[in-house]
Design a protein. Structure first.
Length: 72
């Protein structure tokens, strides 16, 4: 086997290893995301009044600070 063939075999082996590692981490991430989605569904839901209440308060300190720091 020539050195060129050995180099190609090494590159192929390295590529296969990295593909396997990427697949493993993608599968692990999918399991974690699935667990988070299940928790979100079982969390307490807001009732109708809480969903429709006004949340934006223009005179609050953090909103005023945002507009003050972003003036151009």
């Amino acid at each position: 086997m020539s050195t060129k063939d050995q180099a190609n075999a090494l590159v192929t082996a390295r590529r296969d290893f990295l593909k396997a590692m990427a697949g493993t981490s993608a599968a692990a991430a999918a399991v974690v995301v699935g667990a988070d989605a299940a928790e979100a569904q079982t969390a307490t839901r807001e009732n109708r009044n809480e969903r429709t209440k006004a949340r934006y308060q223009a005179n609050s300190a953090h909103v005023q600070a945002f507009y003050r720091t972003n003036r151009y």
